[in-house]
Design a binder for this molecule. Structure first.
Ligand SMILES: C[S@@+](CC[C@H](N)C(=O)[O-])C[C@H]1O[C@@H](n2cnc3c(N)ncnc32)[C@H](O)[C@@H]1O
Length: 454
């Protein structure tokens, strides 16, 4: 893939954007504690007779605090393992951090992008090459562990907001005492929400509890790939744009494809990289994903239940050589000459509706597929930029009928079409469940034709 030098300005923006995301992760415990204090204040206001009926609640609040600590512990381990793709030695502009971007809340994820042109590739190796030592650096394990394709990386403590002065800029993040991390500045609530959203995504992709959702969403895609590419002695290539935490891309790799996940959110990339590269065994970590809402719980125990992950050890999943995660905007990274006609399959799962311009996504998918290549899609059309509340965000919102029309225009033929009822990062034990009737299709790119308007 063609790489270019980045301007100083672009790099600074990138560093600021990453700093904001790291701050959001670091603010997780403070924001969660604020919620618990709110519960306690409300409880205190109860008349004594009502309090007497609910004497167990103060203990529940303490239990929630304990769960927050456990979640924080995972987050800090993850941040300490993270190796920024560039020198992060500059301070983060508080203004930038406090300035909420214009993203809106979205029920199936809405995450700040990695700066538009960044292109980081993380290659994941099989377990035989997997290093055991906990300390790892991009530089000493290029071939076997993590490869950062853009630049050499020095792990720094930037944005990690250490109180400890010995852990100042230029020190290794890993040397920070996690207890000394406090927030340098408060982050917008929308950012804190994104961290909670990542925790739910962990369940979808990497916990036993997410198996039903994965069976609904990923299994039909895997079955279709298996059917369409019965001979994989020479592994076909498959791209997964908007790969989230990487499970589908990994399962496709394990099926015998040279699989690449593409993802533009650092929230996602930091977490997927940690799970894919740093997990030493199945069920290594425990989180408490459902503690942040008291609504629609069947019981306190349900709300406070532990979730272990990953359900499998990624490095022992039998991945096919060449598995990688590529950071960057799908449009920026793949709308490149070097990508034309290079993929046997493109898989989009809950991704199409993240587009500002869905026609552009379809055009690029068509362009990068080989003649006869297949596009498998599953997802709703809940356009992410449809309700940008006064912001002048471009958002082309097409019906399913029009999406298919556009695809036909770019040389696709429909092979399979159905609806799949499913959820997205749902709490299976909640009194409220949002269900999608997701459009599923397999389309084949006709030979020698990209667009009738060409
Ligand atoms: C709704 S999530 C789906 C994630 C995953 N496919 C799944 O099914 O769990 C959409 C993902 O696409 C990513 N995304 C959105 N726009 C993108 C873009 N232009 N390029 C790359 N990734 C993008 C988001 O960060 C998010 O992780």
């Amino acid at each position: 893939m063609g790489e270019r030098e980045y301007t100083k300005e672009e790099e600074e923006l990138e560093i600021q954007s990453l700093g904001r995301i790291i701050s959001a992760y670091l603010n997780y415990p403070d924001a969660a504690e604020k919620d618990v204090r709110r519960y306690e204040r409300s409880f205190k206001r109860l008349p004594p007779a009502h309090k007497a009926l609910l004497v167990h609640l103060p203990l529940k609040f303490q239990r929630i605090r304990w769960c927050i600590n456990m979640n924080t512990s995972f987050i800090m381990n993850m941040l300490q393992a993270f190796e920024p793709p560039f020198e992060m030695s500059q301070d983060i502009e508080p203004d930038l951090v406090n300035n909420t971007n214009n993203t809106h809340e979205h029920s199936h994820s809405d995450i700040s992008p990695i700066g538009e042109r960044r292109n980081i590739t993380i290659s994941v190796s099989d377990s035989s090459n997997f290093p055991n030592e906990p300390e790892s650096s991009c530089l000493d394990k290029e071939e076997t562990h993590v490869e950062c394709s853009s630049k050499s990386v020095t792990r720094r403590c930037v944005g990690l907001n250490c109180d400890d002065k010995s852990c100042n800029k230029g020190e290794k993040a890993r040397s920070c005492d996690r207890k000394s991390h406090t927030s340098l500045f408060s982050v917008p609530l929308v950012d804190v929400d994104k961290v909670r959203c990542i925790i739910r995504n962990i369940v979808r992709d990497w916990a036993q509890e997410g198996q039903r959702e994965r069976d609904e969403c990923y299994k039909p895609i895997l079955e279709e790939l298996n059917r369409l590419f019965p001979n994989r002695t020479r592994p076909p290539s498959c791209l997964v744009p908007g790969a989230g935490l990487g499970r589908l891309a990994l399962d496709i790799s394990s099926l015998g494809f040279v699989s690449q996940g593409n993802e533009f959110s650092y929230y996602m990339m930091i977490c997927s990289s940690f799970i894919l590269n740093d997990a030493r065994e199945a069920c290594q970590w425990t989180i408490y994903p459902w503690i942040h809402s008291n609504c629609n719980s069947l019981s306190d125990d349900d709300q406070l239940r532990a979730v272990k992950f990953p359900d499998i050890h990624p490095a022992s999943a039998g991945i096919t050589e060449g598995f990688s995660m590529c950071g960057g905007d799908f449009v920026e990274v793949y709308n490149d000459e070097s990508q034309e006609g290079s993929w046997d399959a493109v898989v989009t799962c809950f991704f199409l509706d993240t587009a500002h311009n869905i026609v552009e996504y379809i055009e690029i998918i068509s362009k990068i597929l080989k003649d006869g290549g297949v596009w498998i899609n599953l997802g709703p059309l809940l356009y992410h930029f449809a309700d940008s509340y006064g912001e002048d965000e471009m958002s082309i919102e097409l019906s399913l009928e029009d999406v298919k029309k556009v695809a036909f225009n770019y040389g696709f033929e429909l092979e399979v079409e159905k609806m799949i009822e499913t959820t997205y990062t749902a709490n299976t034990r909640s009194l409220m469940q949002t269900r999608y009737f997701a459009a599923f299709w397999t389309m084949k790119k006709k030979s020698g034709k990209q667009s009738s308007t060409d």
